[in-house]
Write a protein that binds this ligand. Structure first.
Ligand SMILES: [Zn+2]
Ligand SMILES: [Zn+2]
Ligand SMILES: [Zn+2]
Ligand SMILES: [Zn+2]
Length: 423
């Protein structure tokens, strides 16, 4: 581990430059020793006086506000004067009320950053398993629910499982109440004992976790070799910096330039966290060195991005909330699952009438035909990172504009179909 760490340190030094050693006097100031005469101790006040002063302090603490800036006062006055001009007969008190209703009051309250999601219901046990295993478990979901419930009944647990659904990175066992540790271990041990499932493939079930949204500033956008800093670089250095010990990333870090002409980067990253964001709190406002750079972690407002449904592959809703009647194929957007594409897609079926006549795609060979993205109609899979929908997944405005365009074009095609005119 130490050898690994030092090689990483060498790499980091190569990529980001040699660290400059700060002189010890730079951050520690040893002033001359001054002996002070201790102040005389005032006589002890009576209990009654102490209580009165405490109550008074609390009152002023709640009432006290930070003073407004001149610009804020000027803007408040100008707005109030406008109302007075429009309604000269109105008493001043009413003018003030109207002003506050229309413009709100300029206050110095700093906006609180909401960096941790509360998350959906915690009435579920998550088992992170690989995709194939999740598929196979879903194939027999009703049996698993029945057997889990029998085991829970045997130990007289008040919790029971309602159904199982796939979730990102595994399966979720939906329950009637928040599972306690013993319920979780019963569920975990059950799946480990199922014939045909390798017990090593089943990690301990866990409760649904919240996500905290953070960012790192103070790092350059380009590395020393002139290449852009990548999310792999970030995940790599996080593994070797003590501050990020016990931090598990929920998504790959995203890197953007601090501003179009800046040479500095902002790195956005999400971590799995407790509901009160305790892991994020250990990181926020803490600095660390990367090469000679000093980076700092900041809280950032939640931006979970636009979800993509893994059933119909449209954007804007999660798989769990999908209203579509059946699954769509990521390759051709027809109503079949991806694994049935070769048998069911029109492109892979034999068509002697087409010019030139098309042969059936042979069994075991992948579809050689161009794909069609359900969202942008491009020649790629619906969940391809090349898709503009995917590239804009954190841009909610872009997605709502696209959704609006899709609604308008659908309305137009219906209007045309019934003989009306295009708008
Ligand atoms: Zn859907
Ligand atoms: Zn298909
Ligand atoms: Zn095909
Ligand atoms: Zn696309």
């Amino acid at each position: 581990m130490t050898a690994n760490k030092s090689s990483i340190r060498d790499n980091v030094t190569k990529e980001f430059g040699k660290p400059t050693r700060p002189s010890p006097s730079a951050n520690t100031h040893y002033g001359p020793h001054v002996t002070k005469v201790p102040p005389s101790i005032p006589p002890c006040p009576s209990k009654e006086i102490l209580e009165k002063s405490r109550a008074c302090q609390q009152k002023t603490a709640t009432k006290e506000k930070t003073p407004l800036s001149y610009a804020q006062i000027a803007s408040n006055v100008a707005n109030a004067l406008k109302i007075k001009e429009a309604f000269p007969a109105l008493p001043n008190k009413k003018v003030l009320e109207m002003h506050n209703a229309a413009f709100g009051q300029h206050t110095n309250k700093a906006k609180k950053v909401q960096f941790t999601t509360k998350g959906p219901s915690r009435k579920q046990a998550i088992i992170p398993v690989h995709n194939d295993l999740a598929e196979s478990i879903m194939g027999d979901a009703s049996t698993y629910v029945f057997q889990i419930n029998t085991l829970l009944k045997n130990v007289k647990s008040s919790m029971h499982s309602e159904f199982i659904r796939p979730c990102s990175g595994g399966i979720a066992i939906i329950t009637n109440e928040v599972p306690n540790p013993s319920d979780l271990s019963i569920i975990g041990n059950y799946f480990k004992s199922v014939e045909g499932i390798n017990s090593n493939d089943i990690p301990s079930p866990r409760l649904l976790q919240s996500k905290s949204y953070l960012k790192i500033t103070g790092l350059p956008y380009l590395r020393n070799d002139g290449n852009k800093i990548t999310s792999d670089n970030i995940t790599d250095f996080m593994k070797h910096i003590d501050l990020f010990e016990n931090v598990s990333l929920a998504t790959k870090p995203r890197i953007i330039k601090a501003s179009p002409k800046s040479d500095m980067a902002i790195i956005w990253f999400d971590i799995w966290d407790t509901q009160n964001g305790s892991k994020a709190k250990l990181l926020i406002n803490h600095s660390f060195n990367l090469g000679r750079h000093i980076a700092i972690v900041r809280a950032t407002n939640m931006n979970p991005g636009v979800p993509q449904c893994h059933n119909c592959w449209k954007w804007g809703h999660t798989t769990f909330l999908c209203q579509a009647h059946g699954s769509r194929c990521q390759k051709c957007s027809s109503p079949h699952k991806l694994e049935h594409h070769r048998e069911l897609a029109w492109c892979c079926k034999a068509n002697p009438k087409s010019n030139p006549p098309r042969l059936k795609t042979a069994q075991g060979t992948p579809c050689p035909h161009p794909f069609k993205c359900i969202n942008c109609k491009g020649k790629h899979m619906a969940d391809d990172s090349k898709c503009p929908f995917w590239r804009n997944r954190f841009n909610r405005d872009w997605h709502s504009k696209k959704a609006q365009e899709a609604r308008e074009s659908k309305a137009n095609s219906i209007r045309l179909a019934v003989g009306g005119k295009k708008l």
